[in-house]
Design a protein around this ligand. Structure first.
Ligand code: TPP
Length: 641
């Protein structure tokens, strides 16, 4: 395409080994070309832009100095890995990022030997890098070899417990290991918490390091020294011993902070640590999210995630929406309820915008807690808020709540505490792919004693469920809803309180009943229309609750139909499994009910549009229709035999 950037040097780099012959000046040019290529590619695909732009120079420096794939470079979250993908043999497919059958938006072992460890959930990179370092030292063998282990982790991700668990272990094991702290003073939203303030203090004033250095009679450590390149970097390494940072207390040698956009600082420091390090090292690099692309630098989220956009204007191509998003319905409803109930408060783990809680943050800032990327803490914290007489809503994406699961079990459910779990991004989520799919929450919540589990079939139902959860003080309660916009239904003026454990029948038919849990209801009703045209009139019901089950409704559907089909946006072990177990124990199958349950297939489904993903999962209207025909056809055949 004619508007692609001109990239003469990048055109000669197919794998990192091709960079070894480049001078430092050429590496600087390579970085500029890599930035232009990243912007151009993401303008066509959409995706995570800001984080990648912030690590362009770091990516070039790491690949120039280290020897991947033998050296294991582990990107935390890995939403910043697009420039890495371009340099590691995937440039020809970079414009397929996040598209069906295209490159993943994250690192993925099956995609490339240059991605030694997959990621997408944060704060895993230090544990993974440490595992590689220990495997190396224990004589592990793999095809690509085992060299150095390098984790690159953002300041937001560094705030999570796992990162510190890994640092603690690494400091103890004393293995040679590199942790690059990519500090851009941003998470998705501005980072929060004491660690963030601590990091700011590390570089707030040059005097910090200079003072320490001077106190020990060492040379000045801050940017000026790098004018003299490698020699000064060595001096700095010597001077490092004077540092007294938190990281050193954990057993790491600390270098920094250094300017992560200046290859004249990055290259000598990385070369020096590579030559000299004997144990765990933390290299503190300061970068700017969105660096080098005005519209990203100026955006509130620094271009964290973008739709396709025009490179010149930065204008994003967002499809016009016809209905409010589930997320915004949740945020608005909760904020309205909070206006009347001072006990309502909310917890988010670094996703105030993603969960719609930005509205709470604006209206009731003292009742909104952004705990950072700390799902485990967030859940337990909400548990004690409930124990303390508040009405906490713990709003997390289904996939990230997984990280807080023991806390859901041990700190909330076991103690019967009324935490309201608002579970966003339930079901398949599209371009973020398998790592972000909200597939498991029905199964992992509905098996917990005392838990109430609801799924909204549309945005009006979500309103009711938020209010129902707010009013429910008897124990933990969860409601799930998908990513994206609602069904476009009429919204009620005020939410209604739902009766716990009661479903509803939407159309009364005969022969076959379809019992939906969640937003497959729309597809189910479409299938019912299509079946009507074939002379089959299904009953369609919305279960609303996976726990407690509406036993009366289920028995009645079973009694009055030849066949019963359940459908949900979740993996096996969820709603359908509970219904099957109940019917089996009631002896309903003994008298020959035809039963099917439609769930997500037992595979991790790769990224594509949500509709495509549901197509491959077999959960769209035509699949429902086919299931009905199959089950009734089987019934007819059965009668004939
Ligand atoms: C366990 C978990 N919770 C939440 C997220 C969502 N998330 C993706 S990136 C991100 C911010 C990461 O910030 P940082 O590590 O500083 O990297 P940056 O984007 O600033 O480069 C968050 C919260 C996640 N990926 N994993």
């Amino acid at each position: 395409m004619s508007d692609r950037p001109v990239t003469p040097l990048l055109d000669t780099v197919h794998v990192p080994a091709d960079m070894k012959r480049l001078s430092d000046a050429q590496l600087r040019q390579l970085a500029d070309e890599l930035r232009a290529e990243t912007i151009s590619a993401v303008s066509e695909t959409g995706g995570h832009l800001g984080a990648g732009l912030g690590v362009v120079e770091l990516t070039v420096a790491l690949h120039a100095v280290f020897d991947t794939p033998k050296d294991k470079l582990v990107w935390d979250v890995s939403h910043q890995s697009y420039p890495h993908k371009i340099l590691t043999g995937r440039r020809d497919r970079i414009r397929t990022l996040r598209q069906k059958d295209g490159l993943s938006g994250f690192t993925k072992r099956s995609e490339s030997p240059f991605d030694p460890f997959g990621a997408a959930h944060s704060s895993t990179s230090i544990s993974a890098a440490l595992g590689f370092a220990v495997a190396r030292d224990l004589g592990g063998t793999i095809e690509s070899g085992l060299g150095d282990a390098i984790a690159v982790i953002g300041d937001g991700s560094m705030s999570a417990g796992m990162a510190f668990e890994a640092m603690n272990n690494a400091g103890h094991l004393k293995k040679r290991l590199f942790v690059i702290l990519n500090d851009n003073e941003m998470s998705i939203a501005p980072p929060v918490g004491a660690l963030s303030s601590y990091l700011s203090r590390l570089y707030a004033g040059e005097p910090f390091q200079e003072f320490r250095a001077a106190a020990k009679g060492a040379v000045s450590l801050l940017p000026e020294p790098f004018r003299e390149g490698a020699k000064r970097a060595k001096d700095m390494l010597k001077g490092m011993a004077v540092g007294g940072t938190l990281f050193e207390a954990l057993g790491f040698s600390y270098v920094g902070p250094i300017d992560g956009h200046d290859l004249d600082q990055l290259l000598p420091v990385l070369r020096t640590v590579k030559a000299r390090a004997t144990g765990p090292m933390l290299i503190h690099v300061l970068t700017k999210k969105g660096k080098g692309y005005g519209p990203a630098e100026r955006a509130d989220d620094k271009g964290h995630a973008t739709a396709r956009f025009d490179v010149v204007t930065g204008k994003q191509q967002k499809a016009p929406s016809n209905a409010p998003s589930y997320t915004s319905v949740f945020g608005r409803t909760l904020t309205d309820l909070a206006a009347r109930d001072p006990r309502i408060c909310a917890v988010t783990a670094a996703m105030p915008d993603g969960t719609g809680l930005n509205l709470m943050a604006e209206r009731y800032p003292s009742r909104l807690f952004d705990v950072g990327i700390a799902e485990q803490h967030g859940v337990t914290f909400a548990g004690a808020l409930a124990a303390g007489g508040m009405r906490p809503f713990c709003a997390m994406y289904s996939t990230f709540l997984q990280r807080g699961y023991d806390q859901v079990v041990h700190d909330v459910a076991l103690q019967g505490l009324p935490v309201r779990f608002a579970i966003d991004r339930a079901g398949l989520v599209g371009a973020d792919g398998a790592t972000h799919a909200g597939s498991f929450d029905i199964a992992y919540l509905a098996n917990l004693p005392g838990m109430v589990v609801m799924a909204a079939a549309d945005e009006a139902e979500l309103m009711h469920m938020v209010a129902t959860a707010a009013a429910y003080d008897a124990g933990p309660i969860a409601f799930r809803y998908p990513r994206g916009e609602g069904e476009g239904v009429q919204m009620p003026d005020a939410p209604a309180l739902l009766e716990i454990g009661k479903g509803r029948v939407l159309r009364q038919g005969k022969q076959v009943a379809i019992l939906s849990f969640g937003t497959r209801l729309g597809e189910t009703l479409k299938a019912a229309e299509a079946l009507e045209a074939r002379g089959i009139s299904p009953t369609v019901a919305d279960a609303r609750f996976a726990k407690p089950l509406d036993h009366a409704l289920i028995l009645q559907l079973a009694a009055n139909h030849e066949a019963l089909i359940t459908i949900e946006e979740g993996a096996v072990g969820g709603f359908g499994s509970h219904v099957a177990q109940f019917l089996a124990n009631e002896g309903v199958f003994d008298s020959g009910l035809k039963f099917r349950s439609m769930v997500l297939p037992d595979t991790f489904i790769d990224h594509a549009s949500p509709a495509d993903m549901y197509e491959s999962a077999g959960l769209n209207a035509p699949h429902i229709e086919a299931h009905v025909l199959e089950v009734l056809g089987a019934a007819v055949l059965g009668r004939r035999a």
